[in-house]
Design a protein around this ligand. Structure first.
Ligand SMILES: Nc1ncnc2c1ncn2[C@@H]1O[C@H](COP(=O)(O)OP(=O)(O)OP(=O)(O)O)[C@@H](O)[C@H]1O
Ligand SMILES: O=P(O)(O)OC[C@@]1(O)O[C@H](CO)[C@@H](O)[C@@H]1O
Length: 315
């Protein structure tokens, strides 16, 4: 079986701290600390490894924290090819309020890979496409990276007939869409920013997803935190409502959905099954601390608890 390749150009060490009752502008005492290898593509690779899917994490790393990430990936048996850049890998601080169960994220900008390293990455990416079943591109671009970088990578994958899933925001997302990825996973805020509007109904979200599908994208999955998700293809739209959990940290929940989406594609699942798998994966991860992700057993166990509704679609 060919591998699923994930691209994380701007990885991070995620430092998750819990506080009892976060007070803005006051002294907050930290109760617990944990660190995980993070960055969207890396989180997707962590889930796929747990799902026993052959996966390789591509991207960059830098400095001492880059070594920490490599070591954590090695411990989890995840194969990686992270080119070493100058500078230091960012540490992203995630503050979990135990009272409200809310997670506040403070993400650093990260190192800047040189133009030569970006070209080295493109070459490596292109040559690895021959053994790729699918490519997942996720997260912010490191400072100084051309905003059309995802667009360039998606074009290369399309030329070789390799399917891509894009999970980015802002300009990188907008430009990436121009290359027509196979699938997109925006969260509701990213979708609203893309359309420069606020959505108040499921119908409006489906209609926005359909506009993307009319550009040639095959699947659009919109995640909405505790409200669940909407999965849209050319002919179907499915709403998934998550089962109740006590969220411990929602970081990586969206990435777990992306991993389950990739898993569903390579296993040829129906849209309804994909909606169950992606929702269960995101929800299980949201019930775990730090950037810890779901396992295959946990997800399989919860599939039946996901509420699925069909939404009408104008074909
Ligand atoms: N509070 C919650 N209760 C139940 N499920 C949740 C909750 N928060 C998130 N989830 C699950 O996780 C999925 C993804 O959440 P969300 O929309 O926050 O992703 P995201 O913004 O892409 O996250 P990230 O970028 O941190 O990975 C949701 O569709 C839902 O299934
Ligand atoms: O700053 P970006 O690249 O947009 O997002 C990075 C990040 O918040 O995304 C992951 C969760 O999805 C975390 O592991 C990581 O810290």
């Amino acid at each position: 079986m060919n591998t699923i390749q994930t691209v994380t150009l701007n990885p991070a060490v995620d430092k998750t701290v819990t506080v009892e009752n976060f007070s803005f502008g006051e002294l907050n005492r930290i109760k617990t600390i944990r660190t995980d290898a993070g960055g969207k593509g890396i989180n997707v690779a962590k889930v796929l490894q747990r799902f026993s899917v052959p996966v390789k994490a591509l991207g960059f790393q830098a400095g001492h924290e880059g070594k920490v990430i490599l070591e954590k990936l090695r411990e989890q048996g995840i194969s990686s090819y992270l080119i070493e850049a100058e500078g230091e890998t960012r540490t992203n601080l995630k503050v979990v309020d135990e009272r409200t169960k809310q997670t506040t994220e403070l993400n650093e900008a990260g190192f800047s890979p040189s133009e030569a390293l970006l070209e080295e990455f493109v070459e490596r990416f292109e040559s690895s496409l021959s053994e790729a079943a699918l490519v997942v591109l996720g997260g912010s671009l490191p400072p100084g990276t051309p905003v059309d970088f995802y667009r360039r990578l998606i074009k290369l994958a399309n030329r070789k007939g390799v399917r891509t899933i894009l999970d980015a925001d802002g300009e990188a997302l907008a430009r990436g869409i121009e290359a027509v990825p196979f699938a997109l996973k925006p969260n509701i805020h990213e979708l609203e920013a893309l359309f420069d509007t606020t959505f108040t109904t499921d119908e409006q979200i489906v209609s926005a997803a359909q506009q993307l599908i009319h550009k040639g994208i095959s699947y659009v999955m919109v995640s909405m935190g505790g409200e669940g998700s909407i999965l849209v293809s050319e002919r179907e739209a499915i709403r998934a409502k998550p089962f109740p959990i006590t969220p411990l940290s929602t970081v990586g929940a969206g990435d777990s959905m992306v991993a389950a989406m990739a898993y569903s594609f390579v296993h040829g699942k129906s849209l309804e099954d994909m909606a169950r798998w992606t929702s269960a994966a995101g929800t299980v991860t949201a019930s775990k601390s730090g950037t810890e992700v779901c396992t295959l057993d946990e997800v399989q166990d919860k599939l039946g608890l996901v509420n699925i509704f069909r939404l009408t679609i104008e074909v």
